[in-house]
Design a protein around this ligand. Structure first.
Ligand code: NAP
Length: 216
């Protein structure tokens, strides 16, 4: 049955399940890593594939770090977890990157025996009806909204119920204890000369320092 699931239990899973962790990752932080690991365990996924976004149509008003920096920081951050992988499928794509194209490409690559779940932040998911060909997208894969501590879930739950009935889609909400970290806050700290130690993996911190990222 498709629908909203408030996940609490680990259930044995027969089909292979891969989670796709889509995001800007500018920069990636421990909140993203904790979210990916929580979803992997809770929903019995065999692996999580991190996909830093390439040239997104919805980010026209903000200058992002170069894709190569966001991709490399994601590789450095996930390196120690054997269940995490990073894909350059979006950063290598010319033109705008849409999640639908990414999912179609992954489905072709992995075949029908693998179920795909797309993980993203609750705020990003609230906007999903503005995404490219949302109806097609929601038919192809399930979605997982991860929430920060203290997040007011009422609106999110209502939105997911509405999406479920409108598109007959499968949607999950998962609370992540360590997600009270944000890329925006990290960028602000760097601009203000404050420490980001223990908010991002050490290798990511070193990379940011070496390449002087987020100084302006
Ligand atoms: P965003 O607007 O930058 O982020 C919204 C919120 O969600 C932020 O608080 C962000 O926290 C959090 N967030 C984003 N990705 C997350 C993740 N994987 N796990 C946990 N929290 C996350 O969202 P975005 O990064 O641009 O987009 C998220 C994904 O949706 C991307 O893969 C993007 O390609 C996809 N998307 C697709 C379309 C389309 O196909 N038309 C349109 C919009 C988004 P942080 O700032 O701390 O990360």
């Amino acid at each position: 049955m498709r629908g909203i699931r408030m996940e609490t239990l680990n259930k044995p899973n027969e089909k292979l399940r891969y989670a796709i962790m889509g995001g800007t990752f500018d920069p990636i932080h421990f909140g993203h890593l904790a979210a990916a690991e929580t979803v992997r365990q809770t929903l019995n996924c065999q692996k999580v594939i991190f996909i830093p976004l390439g040239n997104p149509p919805h980010k026209k008003n903000r200058i992002l770090s170069d894709a190569i920096h966001r991709y490399t920081m994601t590789v450095l951050a996930t390196n120690s977890n054997p269940d995490f992988e990073v894909s350059n499928i979006e950063v290598n794509r010319d033109g705008y990157t849409y999640t639908l194209n990414t999912i179609i490409e992954l489905k072709k690559y992995y075949g029908n025996d693998v179920e795909l779940l797309f993980i993203t932040g609750a705020d990003a998911l609230l906007e999903i009806e503005t995404w490219y060909k949302v109806e097609e997208l929601l038919k192809l894969c399930s979605f997982v909204a991860v929430t920060r501590p203290g997040y007011d879930k009422l609106m999110l739950e209502q939105k997911l119920l509405y999406l479920q009935s409108k598109y007959n889609s499968e949607l999950h909400i998962i609370d992540v204890p360590g997600l009270n970290i944000s890329s925006t806050d990290i960028r602000e700290r760097i601009k203000n000369g404050a420490s980001i130690r223990y908010l991002v993996p050490e290798a990511v911190e070193q990379y940011i320092l070496k390449h002087q990222l987020f100084k302006e």
